[in-house]
Design a protein around this ligand. Structure first.
Ligand SMILES: Cc1cc2nc3c(=O)[nH]c(=O)nc-3n(C[C@H](O)[C@H](O)[C@H](O)COP(=O)(O)OP(=O)(O)OC[C@H]3O[C@@H](n4cnc5c(N)ncnc54)[C@H](O)[C@@H]3O)c2cc1C
Length: 225
């Protein structure tokens, strides 16, 4: 869950609204007060170091960032949190988590920046013995840049600002500038085929592997374009 605005900042914001708009100021629930249930699964010993069942991590990976998500979180309404959150550091970690979960019939939800507004990171299934949120934020490196073709191989969890920083080292910047600090390549990948960005992106296929994304048809512009 995000840190909530509070104190003077909150009072200042509220003061800018017409008084009749505010009937009641809701306080964000404390993580300790949330009813998340007991985690139903335990990772194998080999994966314990990259997995957590911490309530704050489970709560924070339950929803995306739509208005509906924010309101449900504010109401403490989190009936289907992931049982654990895995933070793979390598491609091999991803494979190991998927092998374990697949073998046990456990649901796995990929998690990039968590800013989906369409329920993309929320568990809405049924019947799985457990749910793992696979947080890819540790896979945040630009692995390879081809200066001639301007193609890049990038790990799948990198967030927009980190991507921009790493490209700066090559004198390049992504053609699509993310509006959100919490958008990962999940957005960049989708944006390449979305009408919303049709003016800014050349069309073309984008091939994806579990944690390394090869964007073969996207061009990168030098700074100052
Ligand atoms: C305030 C706000 C404004 C927004 N404005 C716009 C807008 O103007 N235009 C627009 O197009 N969108 C907008 N969005 C939506 C935004 O595009 C999404 O947040 C974005 O698509 C999600 O990217 P993410 O990295 O946070 O992915 P997540 O939310 O983590 O995941 C999104 C989906 O992708 C999957 N996924 C995550 N990582 C990977 C991966 N490495 N490989 C495969 N699948 C993966 C997830 O399982 C999930 O299904 C907005 C969102 C917010 C909160």
């Amino acid at each position: 869950m995000d840190a909530a605005v509070g104190g003077e900042e909150l009072a200042g914001l509220a003061a800018r609204l017409p008084p009749h708009w505010i009937k009641e100021m809701l306080q964000p629930p404390r993580v300790d007060d949330l009813d998340l249930g007991v985690p139903r699964i335990e990772p194998p010993a080999a994966l314990a170091g990259i997995c957590t069942t911490e309530p704050s991590a489970r709560a924070g990976h339950t929803y995306g960032k739509s208005y509906r998500d924010v309101m449900r979180a504010l109401a403490g309404d989190l009936p289907n949190p992931p049982d654990l959150v895995a933070f793979p550091r390598t491609e091999a970690d991803v494979v190991d988590v998927l092998d374990w979960a697949g073998g046990a019939g456990i649901a796995v939800i990929r998690y990039g920046g968590g800013s989906s507004v369409v329920g993309g990171v929320e568990y809405r299934g049924g019947g799985h013995p457990g749910v793992v949120s696979l947080d890819l934020s540790g896979l945040d490196q630009v692995l390879e840049v081809d200066a001639v073709s301007r193609a890049a191989r990038i790990q799948g969890g990198v967030l927009g600002p980190a991507l921009v920083r790493q490209f700066a080292g090559h004198g390049l910047t992504p053609r699509h500038m993310s509006e959100l600090a919490s958008e990962s390549l999940a957005l960049f990948r989708r944006a390449s085929s979305s009408p919303r960005w049709a003016g800014g992106w050349p069309p073309g296929p984008v091939a994806i592997t579990p944690c390394a994304v090869r964007i073969s048809t996207i061009s990168w512009s030098p700074f100052g374009w």
